[in-house]
Each structure stands twice: as structure tokens, then as C-alpha cells.
Design a binder for this molecule. Sequence first.
Ligand code: ADP
Length: 170
Amino acid sequence: MTMKTELLKGDITKIKVDAVVNAANSSLLGGGGVDGAIHRAGGPEILEECKAIRNRQGKCDTGKAVVTKAGNLPAKYVIHTVGPVWDNDEEKCSKLLADCYRNSLQLAENLKIKSIAFPNISTGVYRFPKELAAKIAIDEVRKFEPDSIEKVIFVCFDDENNMIYKKLLE
Ligand code: ADP
């Protein structure tokens, strides 16, 4: 099986896919950026489920992923993954960002879903260099051996990421 990759510019909360990935923080209790947008558009159900997960397992470690339903979003699930905060340790941060993509894809496989949309994890408030983040994201998706996933959508909200992905996916 091979997965199709697509590039979309815009708001990930508007996309009709089986799962959208959220660039969450380790509290799982919501934040700004794409996290804020997903909770706003998806409604309180998502936060309730995040709280239940927290009560069960505590915080979510960087690089790991958890899944909730998607509330009012057009998606079926939200996969919340915690990206690394860029601290200039390129090797460590790169590995953790790759973990985010791989663990999210693996969770999607466990759910047996066909389509998944990723935001540009860590490239906002967490300051990960955008070009390096895009290379890691694309690399990790290309390396992944899917069973159920047929389509991966990279959703770029800002022009800079959109240009970088366009160039790298050509
Ligand atoms: P992080 O803390 O992981 O850096 P941010 O939410 O600050 O997370 O930024 C991650 C990326 O999400 C940024 O590239 C930002 O442009 C993008 N983003 C912000 N809002 C949305 C949205 N509604 N849909 C898709 N991407 C978004």
C-alpha cells in the first residue's frame, strides 16, 4: 500500500478527513494556535475527553499522541500530539518531532482510518525552524508503511510553510 500525500493551505478545523492532528501541549488542556482553533471549533466534548485521558494517564509526553472524538468538527477523530519546543538541540528536537508524526500515524492505523491531516507541528509558538520541520514531517510520512491509511494531508496555515511544503513535495 502507498499513501497519497496532499498539500492544503488553510484551516485544519474545516477539513473533512477521518482524523485531524492537533499540535497540543503536554497538559492536553488546550492552548493557542491550532490547538485553540480545534477546541473552539470542535466544542467542549473534546476538552472533556482530554481531561479524562489526563486523569487516567497524567500529562502527555513530548512526541507521544492520544486520540479523542472530534466533537463538532467534520473529522471523526482528533489525534493530539505534543511537539517539542525548539531549544537549539537539533538532534533531540528532530527526533521528538519525527516521533510526533510516526506515533500519530500509528494511532491512525490502530483506528483503521483512511485519511489524516497534519498541521505544521511545533512551527508556531514552539519555534521549530520551518524548513527542517517540513523535511522531518515529509520524511516520516514517506517512511511509514501503511495498512489502512490512504491519504495524508499537510495543512499549511501560513504562507511560509505553504511555500516550503510546495517546494519540498514537488
Ligand atoms: P506549536 O505550539 O506546536 O508551535 P502552534 O499552534 O503555535 O503550535 O503552531 C503550529 C502551526 O499551526 C503553525 O504553523 C501555525 O501557523 C499553524 N496553525 C495555526 N492555526 C491553524 C489552523 N486553524 N489550522 C491549521 N494550522 C494552524
